[in-house]
Structures are given as structure tokens and as C-alpha cells.
Design a protein. Structure first.
Length: 518
């Protein structure tokens, strides 16, 4: 029950007492459905007060998805961009204002009659679309909390029917715009689901192998966990699955991500973004290279021994706040996403503006990930933990070194986190992010016993400072060498401007978007 009570002090003011009770009931149900407790200290951000009650409640309902399941980044960003694209696509149907164009262009599946156009209709459509997309990705486990919440708020949501069957979920079929929730579920969400059906992720496994397996690039790791053939190439790690003695070898997570269909930015623009090689002389090193003893001599043109010393120094010098940041920024949907919710509190902003921002920000993250994943595959660079264990083999520090959080199953360079955080940050700045207070609070023990040791509150002075913290957290955790985060930021910064430009003609007049240049 303590995990539920932590929500009480921060329930948005726009929630009436009955809705507060509904949210608490939702959280209890969501915990049971997800089968895992919420992270201690997780709260409903107070700035959700600027968002209408029903979608704000469903944002809380979605929390167990992110807190109980461990996503790999490409899957996480594919889901987020699909949800927010479908939610935004309700505007071309139900907004009073004309001029909105669907996320991926073209015409909307319908335009409501003037009498049916309102913010309430947008909200209901948005919720219907959210449920449909979530159901597509997670099935009953993902959507059950949504129905609990809606029932407590006396809102009826469509449930859809199993594929190939006919059932009555309360919706007129074919869907009609006079039923916004139904139209969002059955018509608006379908536009996004059709778009991602063949987006290159091989989500259904039709191109061969298991769902989300690589049937495109032909990538095969040069090294194995037990044998290093090329010193500076990626080495799959061995992980103790769930901590119960079942050991598994890593495989590069979805290398095909570097070739998937973008959401917003033209593929030719993304393909032109490249990162320089992280090493000038990779052929100078044999797998047997070891850092020389003190006073010894060795050929080390890329200063690998200096890089190793830098990793030890960064990890040893990490403060408690650094460790909190490493955990916080590790999952972008429960870190970066929180700052998106600040935008509706800006003067003059509408709920429609918020939906635009959500769609653009998540599309930027998706498309930036496409860029950095292509470069990860191209450079195939070794992670610090693997390099240190090889070049310092036989030493206590080398043999026992481990990153402070999980080293993810993909090559080191460039840093995906630095890429995503910079692309997100540049977009958030354009949308007004530097005008809001960037503050986050962590309760004691949120990331395990003693981390943090007491409640910690931190305010970043700017978006750039927020991005710098995100990037630096990957170095202090021992996940990346410094150059990987520098080049990750540089590589993906242009994605923001390209995405904003692409969306300018889809939602003209939205604060933060540049003028439409067709």
C-alpha cells in the first residue's frame, strides 16, 4: 500500500475527489495486473493538472507498462511514437480549427461535423486511439488498467474484437465520427497501425526469424563472449538472466533499426548523418594487446590505456547524484517524457498544442534512434567493460570491472542516450522548454537501498544542462567513453530541426514550430 500512497500528495488539482479515488483504485489494479510494484517514490507529476482529467488518468494507468517491463530502446521508441502519432491524428478529425494534417501526411480517415468538433471529442478520440495502440503492442495486460480507470470516471471505452471475429463493443461499424472514442479506436489508430505494419522492424517475424529479429542487415558479431578476435569491435556480454543462474549471451538488439521507415524526417536526410570513426588506428591492436606495466613501453596510438584510466576515474568519482542520474536517464519514457508534461502549463498553450508536442518529440526520438543505430552497426565499437577486461586482463581492476547499471546489448559508439537526449532537448527548447522549471524529485531508496540515501530534488537551469546530465550519466556509469557521448549529441542534434520543419505544415501556427514552407 505504501507504493500507492506515494501518489496522494501529488494528485493534480483538476481531479475532483471522486476522480482521485478512481486514480488510486486504478493504481492498485494496475499493480496487480502488471504483477510488479511501482518503483518507490514514483509520483503523478503535479503539472498533469494542465491536462484534461481522463487522459491524465490514463497516463498514470500506463505507468505499470514502463515500470514493470524492461524494453530495449528501439521497441520503446517505436511504441511511444506510434501512440502519440495516433493521439495527435485525432486533431485533423475533431479539432474546431481547420488545417491539421495527420502525422504521416495524407488525409484523415474522416472529418467530424462542426457540431461534433470539440476538445472533449479530441480527448475521447485520443483515449480510444491510445487504447487501440497499447492493445496492439501489449494485449490485455497493457489495456486492463485503462478500462478500470475509464469505468471509475463513468467513461465507456471500446474494446475491439479478436482478429477475424465479429462482436459488439458498443461501436457502430463501420466507425462514425459521431462516436469519438470508437472512431479513435477503430479508424484513427488504424492509420498508424497500417503505417507501422511494414516499417522495417520485422515486428511480426514475417521476414524470417522471431518477431523483431534482424532479417535485413546480416549483422554477425565478430567476437564472442569467450573469444576476442578483434580488440576494438563489440563483444557480446554474458548476463545472468533474472539473477537466478540462467546465463545468456547478448545479441545486438535489432540492428535493422538503422534502416526502418522514419516517422517524420525523410530517410535521405537521416542517411546523410554520419559519425567519424572512434579510433584512428584500430589495425594497430591485436587481441593480445595489454596495457604495459608502469614504466614499460608499448605501442598504443589510440591511447587505450589512457581511456581505461579515464573510465576508472569517472566511475570512482561518481557522486550519489551521479548514480541517481544514471538510473533516471536509463529509461527515457520515465525521465525525458516527464518534461513534456510541463509544456501545457505555458501561457496560452492548448491541449492541441500538447498533442502536437508529444507527437513531434516522440517522432524525433524514433528518427534519431534510426540514425544512431545505423552508426552503431557501422562502427561496431567495443564497450568499456569489454575493453578493460581484455587490456587489463590479470589485474584486479580489469578482471572485476563492471558498469554501475546494465551495459546494453549493442555497440558502444556513438552513444544512443546522448543522441536521443540531444535530439529531444533541441526539440523541447524550440517548443518552449527553457521557459519551464526543470525540477525532479527522487524519494529515498528509489533505485535500491540507499540510492538516494535521502529525498533528492534537483533543478536543471536549462535544457542544455539537462541534456549534459543525461550524456554525462553514461560516462559516470562506465557505459561509454567520453567521445561516444560527444559524437552522439553532435550526430543527432540536426534531427530536431528536420523534424520540426517536417511537422510545420501538419500543424501550422503551433507555438514552437517554424513557418510552413510547402
Amino acid at each position: 500500500m505504501s507504493a500507492i500512497r506515494c501518489f496522494l500528495p501529488r494528485l493534480p488539482r483538476r481531479f475532483p475527489a471522486s476522480a482521485r479515488a478512481a486514480v488510486l483504485a486504478l493504481v492498485a489494479t494496475a499493480l496487480a495486473v502488471a504483477g510488479a510494484p511501482l518503483v518507490t517514490g514514483q509520483e503523478i507529476p503535479p503539472f498533469l493538472a494542465a491536462i484534461p482529467t481522463l487522459p491524465a488518468a490514463l497516463l498514470v494507468a500506463a505507468a505499470p507498462i514502463y515500470l514493470s517491463l524492461q524494453f530495449e530502446a528501439p521497441f520503446e521508441f517505436r511504441f511511444n511514437s506510434a501512440v502519440t502519432a495516433a493521439e495527435y491524428d485525432c486533431l485533423p478529425v475533431y479539432a474546431k480549427r481547420n488545417g491539421y494534417v495527420p502525422t504521416r501526411g495524407g488525409k484523415p480517415p474522416g472529418r467530424a461535423a462542426p457540431r461534433d468538433r470539440s476538445e472533449d471529442a479530441v480527448v475521447l478520440c485520443h483515449v480510444g486511439a491510445k487504447v487501440a495502440i497499447t492493445n496492439h503492442f501489449f494485449g490485455d495486460v497493457g489495456v486492463a488498467p485503462f478500462y478500470v480507470t475509464a469505468a471509475k470516471l463513468n467513461v465507456s471505452l471500446p474494446r475491439g474484437c479478436p482478429s477475424g471475429t465479429t462482436c459488439n463493443d458498443g461501436c457502430t461499424m463501420p466507425p462514425v465520427t459521431s462516436q469519438p472514442a470508437c472512431f479513435g479506436y477503430h479508424a484513427v489508430a488504424k492509420v498508424t497501425l497500417d503505417a507501422i505494419a511494414n516499417d522495417g522492424f520485422n515486428a511480426d517475424g514475417r521476414r524470417g526469424g522471431a518477431p523483431y529479429s534482424d532479417a535485413v542487415t546480416g549483422y554477425v558479431a565478430v567476437n564472442t563472449p569467450d573469444r576476442v578476435k578483434s580488440l576494438l569491435r563489440w563483444v557480446p556480454l554474458v548476463e545472468n538472466l533474472l539473477g537466478f543462474g540462467t546465463f545468456v549471451s547478448q545479441r545486438f538488439t535489432m540492428p535493422q533499426t538503422g534502416r526502418v521507415k522514419p516517422v517524420l524526417v525523410p530517410a535521405r536526410v537521416l542517411n546523410a548523418l554520419r559519425a567519424p570513426s572512434p579510433y584512428k588506428s584500430p589495425k594497430a591492436y591485436s587481441p593480445s594487446f595489454r596495457c604495459p606495466d608502469a614504466g614499460g613501453k608499448g605501442r598504443d596510438p589510440d591511447r587505450l590505456c589512457g581511456l581505461a584510466a579515464g573510465v576508472f576515474k569517472a566511475v570512482a568519482g561518481a557522486t550519489e547524484r551521479d548514480l541517481v542520474f544514471s538510473h533516471f536517464f536509463d529509461q527515457k519514457s520515465t525521465s525525458l517524457a516527464l518534461f513534456t508534461f510541463l509544456l501545457p502549463s505555458l501561457p496560452g498553450r492548448t491541449y492541441a498544442d500538447y498533442l502536437v508536442a508529444e507527437a513531434v518529440l516522440n517522432a524525433v526520438i524514433h528518427d534519431a534512434t534510426r540514425v544512431v543505430w545505423a552508426e552503431k552497426r557501422r562502427h561496431d565499437a567495443v564497450r568499456p567493460v569489454s575493453l578493460l577486461r581484455t587490456i587489463l586482463k590479470g589485474t584486479r581492476r580489469g578482471d572485476t570491472f563492471a558498469s554501475t547499471i546494465r551495459t546494453m546489448p549493442h555497440p558502444e559508439y556513438p552513444s544512443g542516450s546522448a543522441c536521443v537526449c540531444r535530439a529531444f532537448g533541441e526539440t523541447l527548447k524550440a517548443l518552449g522548454g527553457d521557459s519551464v522549471k526543470l525540477t525532479q524529485t527522487w524519494q529515498a531508496g528509489m533505485y535500491g537501498p540507499g540510492l538516494p540515501s535521502a529525498p533528492l530534488t534537483y533543478t536543471w537551469p536549462s535544457i542544455d544542462a539537462l541534456v549534459a546530465s543525461c550524456s554525462r550519466s553514461r560516462v559516470t556509469a562506465g557505459l561509454h567513453f567520453p567521445r561516444a557521448v560527444v559524437e552522439g549529441e553532435r550526430l543527432c542534434a540536426p534531427v530536431a530541426a528536420a523534424a520540426l520543419k517536417a511537422f510545420a505544415c501538419r500543424a501550422p501556427g503551433t507555438p514552437g514550430l517554424p513557418p510552413c514552407k510547402a
